[in-house]
Design a protein around this ligand. Structure first.
Ligand SMILES: Cc1ncc(COP(=O)(O)O)c(C=O)c1O
Length: 341
């Protein structure tokens, strides 16, 4: 099966499994797991920040960071389709005690000119701004990249208001590989951020939270409160270390495959897809008069899975478990489904 529903579906490669099997472990609640300690140090160093924390999921990464950075009862300004609003079952409100001030951006991106007028005045009785939060890359925005200029302008605005710039960097490495920007440069623009070792990097489990020492110490405490402090978890940290060493540069292949799918579909069915919008590993196809569900059925008949993001919108996400041939096949089936009706 060629599964292009999401890059979350990747399975551990032989190399990842070997690294996991060989992991030297200890009790991470006592901070005695050598793989976890090494992973955290390597990540902090890679981004030029004080500290990093291993957490089980991307959602928990966002939550512990919101708890560490943002006072409850304040407002997190973010894009309307942000993962933390769309897909986290109200966790931000329930578990971090924040409310969201959502802004319609462009392809999931915020811009300083959109955000500035939506920040409420810093006076009682207005609800206080607690943080500005951005995704890099955007999920529902189709893998769009904010890029450093936008992020720096947002950070300057956040600094002006004395609030943090929070980064949900689930796919931050896709942006790093696409732009060629040094992780240290990306790392300094956010007050605190998280990224996923799973998704395109291909670890089975795990996310990292990165920031200043006091913020990460607080996030560690929140991880404990949320039940996410684990014991001999070096088996998972070893997978994380392996994918950071071996699977980062190869994200360029996924991104080339995504672009190639878009070009092939756009050539066959002009207007259905814009290759220029494919900045990373996510492709959106407008299915026109054909319902997305019919296109998905046709794909399934050819052993290809994709996702529907609307009644007439199909999404394909490339990753390390699908090669160029599989992506070409998916593109051809979509093109035929759209032209045959
Ligand atoms: C932008 C973004 N943030 C957070 C997450 C949450 O990650 P997880 O499902 O591992 O908790 C995802 C997952 O797809 C995501 O796309």
């Amino acid at each position: 099966m060629i599964d292009l529903r999401s890059d979350t579906v990747t399975r551990p490669t032989e190399g990842v499994r070997r690294a996991m099997a060989a992991a030297d472990v200890g009790d991470d609640v006592y901070r005695e797991d050598p793989e976890v300690e090494a992973l955290q140090e390597e990540v902090a160093d890679q981004f030029g920040r004080d500290a990093a924390l291993f957490v089980p999921t991307g959602v928990m990464g966002t939550l512990v960071l919101l708890r560490a950075l943002v006072p409850p009862g304040t407002e997190v300004v973010c894009e309307s389709d942000a993962h933390l609003v769309a897909y986290e079952a109200g966790a931000g409100a329930l578990n971090a005690g924040v409310q969201f001030r959502t802004i319609d951006g462009e392809r999931g991106r915020l811009d300083v000119d959109l955000v500035r007028p939506r920040l409420r005045p810093p006076t009682f009785p207005y609800t206080s701004v607690g943080a500005i939060s951005v995704e890099e890359t955007t999920n529902r925005g189709g893998g769009a990249i904010h890029g450093l200029d936008r992020l720096r302008a947002l950070r300057a605005l956040a600094d002006e208001r004395g609030v943090p710039l929070h980064g949900d960097g689930a796919r931050l490495f896709n942006a790093i590989v696409a732009t060629g920007v040094d992780p240290r440069v990306y790392g300094e623009v956010f007050t605190g951020f998280s990224f996923c070792l799973s998704k395109g990097l291909g670890a089975p489990i795990g996310s990292m939270v990165v920031g200043d020492a006091d913020v990460i110490a607080s996030a560690r405490e929140w991880r404990r409160r949320f039940g996410g402090a684990m014991r001999q978890v070096g088996v998972l940290a070893a997978a994380g270390r392996y994918v950071l060493a071996h699977h980062v540069e190869r994200l360029a292949e996924d991104q080339a495959n995504a672009r190639a799918i878009a070009e092939r579909v756009a050539d066959a069915v002009p207007g259905s897809c814009d290759p220029a919008e494919v900045e990373t590993n996510i492709v959106y196809v407008d299915t026109g008069a054909t319902p997305a569900s019919a296109v998905l059925d046709r794909l399934r008949e050819h052993d290809v899975l994709a996702g529907a993001m609307g009644e007439h919108l199909v999404r394909l996400v490339t990753h390390l478990d699908v090669d160029t041939e599989g992506c070409t096949r998916a593109a051809d089936v979509i093109a035929r489904a759209l032209t045959d009706g």
